[in-house]
Design a protein around this ligand. Structure first.
Ligand code: SF4
Ligand code: SF4
Length: 296
């Protein structure tokens, strides 16, 4: 099974529009939206929503005031000031779920219980199943949720006999991105011709190199600053990346997104032509990587 993970060093590079275009070009495959802090792939895939499943990425202290003798031990030791007495109460927003209070309470008046802080589902699109998830507001542990989405995507691919997973990764280089990379066959990094784009591309390439994964780079809206695009292309090639596309700035991409579609649904010219050319190169590369992995 081949897994292409699409990353960007920063948000706003147009990564989701690239993923949506690749899903059209790749034929039936599994899509995994691992940008769980701001999942938006479903907005351009118009899926038939699947059944929601609860996700619990952390625990929280729960009080039993009947057992409490007001000894004050837990209040004294909670570093997050999440406990108060008379009667015993837990501030659910302040509690970090460290579990200390439940361990030290002599009366067993505090216990730890899982908190539902997100949901995930497998929806159906015209281009294949979409595994997507959303964390609750101000919730963290997105790395765990990304790991779950990746595992479900593999399960669905096995079940449906599909041999390609397209993974829309989180922006940045943090825990959710690292979780997005596990099991990747190849990484495509989408960047833009700006100083921030160049800087964040360097950071994400450092991360991908750390995991010894084959990687390719494309520049979205390259013609907004062709000189900077040239610098990025040279830098990426020097870092060992396969440079696969300069994608034109094209109003048709935005118009398609606003209509809940990919530019590939509407055109074969402009940015769509660049994306088609990019997919030709990427699919060859993916095939080569898969054959190399089989030979090992
Ligand atoms: S340690 Fe237990 S008994 Fe003491 S105040 Fe806290 S909850 Fe109550
Ligand atoms: S679990 Fe940790 S943070 Fe939460 S109330 Fe207990 S000691 Fe405080």
């Amino acid at each position: 099974m081949k897994q292409l993970v699409i990353l960007s060093g920063k948000g706003g590079t147009g990564k989701t529009s690239v993923v949506a275009a690749l899903s059209r070009l790749a034929g039936r495959s599994v899509l995994a939206d691992c940008d769980v802090d701001a999942a938006d792939l479903h907005l351009v895939m118009s899926p038939e929503p699947g059944e929601p499943h609860e996700f619990s990425g952390r625990s929280q202290a729960v009080a039993d005031p009947q057992r409490c003798t007001d000894c004050g031990l837990c209040v004294e030791h909670c570093r997050f000031s999440a406990l108060s007495l008379d009667p015993l109460r837990v501030d659910g927003i302040a509690c970090e779920g460290c579990g200390l209070c439940a361990r030290i309470c002599p009366e067993e008046a505090l216990s730890m219980q899982p908190v539902v802080n997100g949901e995930w589902r497998v929806s159906q699109t015209s281009w294949g199943p979409l595994v997507h998830a959303a964390l609750g507001i101000a919730e963290d542990n997105s790395g765990k949720l990304v790991t779950l989405v990746r595992a479900e995507a593999r399960r669905v691919a096995d079940e449906d006999g599909l041999d390609l997973i397209l993974v829309d990764g989180s922006p940045g280089i943090g825990c959710p991105v690292i979780a997005s990379l596990s099991g990747a066959s190849m990484v495509l990094v989408v960047t833009e011709p700006t100083i921030a784009g160049r800087h964040d591309l360097g950071r994400v390439l450092g991360l991908v190199q750390h995991f010894h994964l084959p990687f390719a780079v494309c520049i979205n809206k390259y013609d907004l600053n062709a000189e900077m695009a040239q610098e990025i292309e040279v830098g990426a090639s020097e870092a060992g990346a396969r440079f696969v596309a300069r994608i034109r700035h094209d109003r048709a991409v935005t118009d398609a997104m606003v209509a809940g579609k990919s530019v590939i649904d509407r055109s074969r010219e402009g940015a769509a032509a660049d994306l088609i050319e990019m997919w030709t190169q990427l699919s060859d590369e993916l095939q080569a990587v898969a054959m190399e992995a089989q030979g090992r």
